[in-house]
Design a protein around this ligand. Sequence first.
Ligand SMILES: *Cc1c(COP(=O)(O)O)cnc(C)c1O
Length: 425
Amino acid sequence: MAYKQDTICVQAGYEPKNGEPRVVPIVQSTTFAYETSQGMGDLFDLKADGFFYSRLANPTVACVEKKINELEGGVGAMLCASGQSATMSAICNIVHAGQHVVCSSAVYGGTFNLLYVTLKQLGIDSTFVSPDCTEEELEAAFKPETRLVFGESVSNPSLNVLDFEKFVGAAHRHGVPCAVDNTFPTPINCRPFEYGVDIVTHSTTKYMDGHACVLGGVVVDSGNFDWMANADKFPMLTTPDESYHGLVYAKAFGKAAYITKARVHLMRDMGMMMSPNSAFLLNLGLETLALRMERHNSNALALAGALRENKNVAWVNYPALSGDKEYEKCMKYMNGKPCGVISFGVKGGRAAAEKFMGALKLARIVTHVADARTCVLHPASSTHRQMDDEQLINCGIRPEMVRFSCGIENIEDIKRDVFDALATL
Ligand SMILES: *Cc1c(COP(=O)(O)O)cnc(C)c1O
């Protein structure tokens, strides 16, 4: 079946048989019953497909995994309890102690901390490269131990659009996969696998849920990376796993080797599974994802254009705005539709930004982005509060910067709220 994205959002992942519930049921059970021990033993040996324990797989969760996998166009997906645990799984599935990751410096703060602090403590080293680096600078970041290249399709909060060609090209020249966090565009705006990306991750907490109700993350496998051709680099996929009687993932599961190992190895041992209740709520969000993204995109573009004309606004960043430094990549990779998040600077620095924020009525101040309700954050006085102005500027965040997440309300109401607040300055 080759349905379009908006149809997949509504329909994919679950097909009731005669007399079964029309809506994905919440299978609130940790365990599943079998008639013989042999029947269950075959599941443990990965010889048969089926559910036996909800830490590895659950029918409700599986339906939603199937839907997201179809949206991204992959061979398999694994839902996790949060975006952080999805990122962690995507990396640790193929990178071990003594090995190395090349990562764009324009990534979510949680991803930076995971690599720079926690995975470093576990022996995984990282080199961060500017998203605007030259091919030579990117090349110089690789080491013999490099096993993965990581970036964000549209970065949170800096709104850089990843140069897929540059990052994927470098990864593949070095015989390693490229993984991309596609949280901000979602597969409605951008499908990274079409540009050669091998693995996609999401914080489903953002647009996919879209209602700020449920934490979650997902890893999706394109199935395109040839592990066997780079067997010496990835022995965990190409040599026997003793914990499954010597099974070799790349031989037993072919194109789905990476995502199968992520589940039967990492999820088995670490257990950061999404709960059936969370998957049910996430699925409700996904049903309207395509509709909502359309409105997020058009609201953000309209607001960004209007902000540019306002005398109290110093600058506006939105990749879909002509003249924005990310504009060409945004047209090339996402048809001019990045996400609903924009950032802008209020004239008058930190104090003016704080005054502006305090005057907003519809847009609420929250540590969140990318949901149906318009929300706003002043990084300098919240997420990056411990830094002085000079330190802020060094990490690409200006003291007057406002991160504004356009919801799906009527654009006239959003504009009035923003321009009334700007008028108080
Ligand atoms: C929020 C976010 C994450 C982390 O996801 P959680 O669901 O909060 O754990 C990862 N990447 C991006 C781009 C995000 O915006």
